[in-house]
Design a protein around this ligand. Structure first.
Ligand code: ATP
Length: 242
């Protein structure tokens, strides 16, 4: 996947100003940055939710800006949005099924059931709560459900927006353990937006730092962990910049 010279604005606010991002098959790439840096805007633009002012988003050479968001699921892109956005009045099972909505290549039913069983292996608590309404789940469980819903369509590229935000440390550990597991077992490429820079750099191979719509720093995650600029701005104290 390649994002080329991407410009996005909300009226007068220029949220992305000529951003370039690349991600190879099977990579985990992190996008780090403070509040308002443009991270969510980047993911929304990739999944077709925003009007692109200038630039391109390519998946294996295919220009994604020509497709509607729901068509991108069929092309192998899943978006796990910030704030979970589960359907509160539907059950856990119904939320998972909706992850495959509109994906024609899947033989309805059977493939979805196989994927759902795998999601239940990743997050056993979701199996216990399968008939429970999503709105009654804890924050951590809702995050697990949002990730599971994103996995049902067997994506090749998973966009994850702040999966650890607002969760207790133990649950954060769980979420990052599962991100590694998903990557290993499903060989999916992951573009991971995070404010928890320490954890994101531990799981990613490469990372981009976004600052007010620009990428001033990028590089191998291992190298960025020791980069003085990254350490002072993003890895100081708790390792989480708020
Ligand atoms: P956060 O971690 O707080 O979600 P972010 O890095 O994801 O931050 P974005 O949400 O992409 O940042 O926002 C980038 C910029 O665009 C910010 O200045 C923000 O105020 C602005 N912005 C985002 N959404 C809108 C909108 N719907 N209308 C106007 N401005 C917006």
């Amino acid at each position: 996947m390649a994002v080329e010279n991407l410009w996005i604005s909300y009226g007068a606010v220029e949220a992305l100003r000529g951003v370039n991002v690349e991600l190879g098959a099977g990579d985990i790439v992190a996008v780090l940055g403070a509040n308002g840096a443009g991270k969510t805007t980047l993911l929304k633009a990739i999944s077709g939710l925003l009007k692109i002012k200038q630039g391109r988003v390519l998946l294996e050479g295919n220009d994604l800006t020509r497709y509607l968001p729901f068509e991108l699921v069929g092309l192998g892109i899943s978006h796990v949005p910030e704030g979970r956005r589960v359907f509160a009045t539907l059950t856990v099972e119904e939320n998972l099924s909706l992850g495959a909505y509109g994906v024609r290549k899947l033989p309805a039913g059977r493939e979805t059931a196989v994927r759902r069983d795998w999601v239940f292996e990743l997050f056993p608590i979701l199996k216990d709560r399968r008939r429970q309404l999503a709105g009654t789940l804890s924050g951590g469980e809702q995050q697990m459900l949002a990730i599971g819903r994103g996995l049902i369509s067997r994506p090749r590229l998973l966009l994850m927006d702040e999966p650890s935000l607002g969760l207790a440390p133990r649950i954060v550990q769980d979420i990052f353990r599962v991100i590694r597991q998903i990557h290993q077992e499903d060989r999916v490429s992951i573009l991971l937006v995070e404010q928890n820079a320490r954890k994101a750099l531990a799981v990613a191979g490469y990372a981009y730092i976004l600052e007010t719509g620009n990428v001033p720093i990028q590089g191998e995650a291992r190298a960025l962990k020791d980069d003085e600029r990254v350490k002072s701005a993003y890895l100081g104290g708790s390792g989480v910049k708020r």
